[in-house]
Design a protein. Structure first.
Ligand SMILES: Nc1ncnc2c1ncn2[C@@H]1O[C@H](COP(=O)(O)OP(=O)(O)OP(=O)(O)O)[C@@H](O)[C@H]1O
Ligand SMILES: [Mg+2]
Lengths: 247, 275
């Protein structure tokens, strides 16, 4: 199939999600379930990645800035900005595209192949609304939260590594953190994470929902969905940065 | 009553259903029989709209299903129960949650009423005590029965079963057939069953549609089927030598050709039936 048929079907799928829910309570339950799966389920991996990313960026920045003319506070400043602007939203979301994306695609794919989606459809349930919408909304709620947690942990990781390797003391680091802080950067990061959250939940949902065939195809389409979401994510990252960060 | 006219369906060039028309009657077990690959499952899925037929018309109690919009179909489907050939249980849920699901979604009951109803239908399919098991932990035959329980829990007006007793032992199979017949009568449902099990055919076949390579080859009921002269049908029913012999015996008996003391009584009984 060409790109345009995929894209058309993807848009129709998104449109099909919006109907009156058959039973609001069941939709709420499914939404909570997904929040737990997507949000709490990836908290561990996100925390670990963030701490290490922060630590590495502190050590690396100090390695690159060898001039005695530069105040050590600058290191904290650079760590803060790279973590907030790029590492926390983009890198974490790329990892989440693998973790959450493959989970969504294979879950829906399995339901399609084993006729569970048909069974729901026969009961008179709009499966796009019941299965896909809660996943996307749960991603939109939890992923920006994960990104905020990642920012905090990333900066904390940098602070730890800086102190542990004697690059700069925790006090200096803290002073650096407050230098020339631009709150807009956080807003920008959140805009990015909402966009990425939508990409890494809706694209795998599309690939899973429309699987044809058997177990082999489930694996294949889940891999494909991760690849496509990563590419779309990086593309969106570039476009957003170009749009929102150039003066 | 479900009436369908001139249903055609093909999958890229391959014709699977070729001009099939029939009426599924209310309050009866309507059977679709035929060899593997004859198009039974595809026909059933066309009737409920999981496949869109290429042409033809489907009427549910006189109302056109073919021309219905999505909302109309959704409303109608709340009166449809369906058992899939592969059971299609939700594998993230326990047996109890599976059967409870349609109730949770559509029934206005409190949770103890729901639980009572779930246990009631699980009882009817001989599955008491399996409530907390997951689909992966039960046998294929048990999955089938959970699938039936889930299909009937809302007392549907139309019940579709794709091979309800394949993979079941003869005894359980009989129980399931009886159950389906019973609830069909009790709630005056229109029941459509795909099967190639001859026991079921003889037991509950009140209106039989025999499919052969995608077209309607023969229709009738379980009394007519044994004596049909249709060659393709006969090949299907009397696939085993044993059944063929039994039929020959019965025919001969009926005509009074073999009549010894031993089966004199049988002969009289059967003779009356056959005329
Ligand atoms: N989704 C599909 N795409 C393409 N061909 C299909 C599809 N579903 C069924 N067919 C074809 O349609 C034909 C009829 O299949 P169907 O599943 O209806 O057989 P059946 O009578 O139910 O057989 P069984 O008794 O084995 O279940 C088969 O030749 C099959 O290859
Ligand atoms: Mg079949």
């Amino acid at each position: 199939m060409t790109f345009f048929t995929h894209f058309g079907r993807y848009l129709l799928m998104l449109k099909g999600m919006f109907t009156r829910p058959e039973n609001l309570k069941m939709y709420w339950k499914e939404f909570m379930h997904q929040c737990n799966d997507i949000g709490i389920g990836s908290l561990g991996i996100v925390s670990i990645i963030s701490v290490f990313i922060g630590a590495v960026s502190a050590v690396q920045t100090s390695y690159q800035l060898v001039s005695p003319l530069i105040a050590p506070e600058t290191i904290a400043q650079i760590v803060r900005d790279t973590v907030i602007l790029e590492f926390a939203p983009t890198l974490v979301c790329i990892v989440l595209a693998g973790v959450i994306g493959s989970k969504i695609a294979s879950e829906l794919g399995n339901m399609r192949v084993s006729e569970q989606i048909d069974a729901l459809e026969i009961m008179g349930i709009n499966t796009k609304a019941y299965l896909i919408l809660p996943k996307i909304t749960a991603a939109l709620l939890t992923i920006p939260l994960l990104v905020i947690i990642s920012m905090v942990l990333g900066i904390w990781g940098g602070r730890l590594a800086g102190a542990a390797s004697g690059i700069l003391s925790a006090d200096t680091f803290d002073r650096g953190l407050l230098l020339k802080f631009i709150p807009y950067n956080v807003t920008f990061a959140l805009i990015k994470s909402y966009t990425f959250a939508f990409i890494i939940s809706s694209i795998p949902a599309y690939y899973g929902y429309y699987v044809k065939g058997g177990a082999l195809e489930i694996g294949r389409s889940s891999t494909k969905s991760v690849v496509v979401s990563c590419i779309m994510l990086l593309f969106a990252d570039y476009v957003l940065t170009q749009m929102l960060l150039t003066h | 009553m479900i009436e369908f006219k001139n249903i055609r369906k093909s999958f890229d060039e391959k014709v699977v259903l070729d001009d099939v028309s029939h009426v599924m009657e209310t309050g009866k077990c309507n059977l679709i029989i035929g060899t593997s690959g004859s198009g039974k499952t595809v026909l059933q899925k066309c009737l409920v709209g999981l496949f869109e037929p290429d042409s033809g018309e489907i009427l549910y109690d006189g109302i056109s299903f073919t021309e219905m919009d999505d909302d109309g179909r959704k409303a109608l489907r709340q009166q449809i129960g369906m058992l899939f050939q592969g059971s299609a249980l939700f594998d993230s849920m326990t047996v109890e949650q599976n059967v409870m699901f349609p109730l949770d979604m559509f029934a206005k009951m409190n949770s103890s009423e729901k639980l009572k109803r779930v246990n009631e239908v699980l009882d009817r399919v001989n599955l008491e005590g399996a409530n907390k098991k997951f689909p992966a932990e039960i046998s294929g035959g048990m999955k089938k029965r959970v699938g039936i329980a889930r299909a009937i829990v809302l007392n549907p007006k139309y019940l579709f079963c794709d091979e309800p007793n394949s993979g079941l032992d003869p005894q359980t199979s009989m129980v399931i057939d009886k159950l389906i017949l019973e609830i069909t009568k009790e709630f005056n449902m229109t029941t459509v069953i795909n099967t190639h099990d001859m026991n079921s055919v003889m037991e509950i076949g009140e209106n039989i549609l025999y499919m052969f390579e995608g077209h309607k080859e023969w229709t009738g009921n379980n009394e007519e089927i044994i004596f049909s002269k249709n060659e393709k049908l006969n090949q299907f029913i009397f696939a085993s030598k044993f059944l063929q012999d039994a039929k020959d015996m019965r025919m001969l008996e009926a005509k009074g050709i073999i009549a010894d003391d031993r089966n004199m009584e049988d002969m009289l009984n059967n003779g009356e039936e056959i005329k």
